[in-house]
Design a protein around this ligand. Sequence first.
Ligand code: ZN
Length: 261
Amino acid sequence: MAAEQARSWLAPRPPEKIFGDSYLVGFGGLSVVLIDTGAGLVLVDSALPQAAPAILDNVRSLGFDPEDIKFILSTEPHFDHAGGLAALARDTGATAVASARGADGLRAGAHLEDDPQRAYGGAWPRVTQIRVVENGEVIQLGRTAITAHATPGHTMGSMSWSWQACEGEACKAIVFASSLNPVSADGYRYTAPAGAPILDGFAATYRLMDGLDCDILISAHPDNAGEGRYNDRPGACRTYVQRSRGLLATRLANERNGTAR
Ligand SMILES: [Zn+2]
């Protein structure tokens, strides 16, 4: 990975309240969220391996103690969203949470066999303590119930996470969506037989996300959700899905007409 790419992904941003007890503690190009449940903290995603100290600084500057982080939810087993997970889990005592397939990738610290980006040969620190959750499973901590949503496609283990954040009587449905980018290493073909489960995964993900309660969308890469650090416009999740649908349709057309790399 180019150092320049890492610098742009990790462009510093001040921690910011989203709504209620949910906060952004990540970077210009990679989202990380902190939820205060009243009985411990939850992080969603962990950015690059070198990002852990900056994330913990942001948690502290909001007045929280990193040792109160109980869970770190993972959207996908890739170095840009899970690279910092091992260090954060080690430094806080938190348990990682992922899908079964996501956990396989986190334990391996490398792209799994069916990953379209496998040929890149990326590697990141392996994660050992993982709680595996299924599609629809709810993680309850304090006043917060976080639902796991299987959103396969970008990786087959991708998960998105949703919860209600409240201020007094007013509550909003927040969705932290995994990357839905149909990107691969050169030479990979979604239209080859091995791509069929991945295309089925994308289709299931689009159906699921189109139906989600979604007042506020945070996407793993913030620029995929539109302007700003999150999208609270009506239909934010459906717009996000539409973007992925368009990219995938273009990619499949390029494979069929022989112009895909
Ligand atoms: Zn990825």
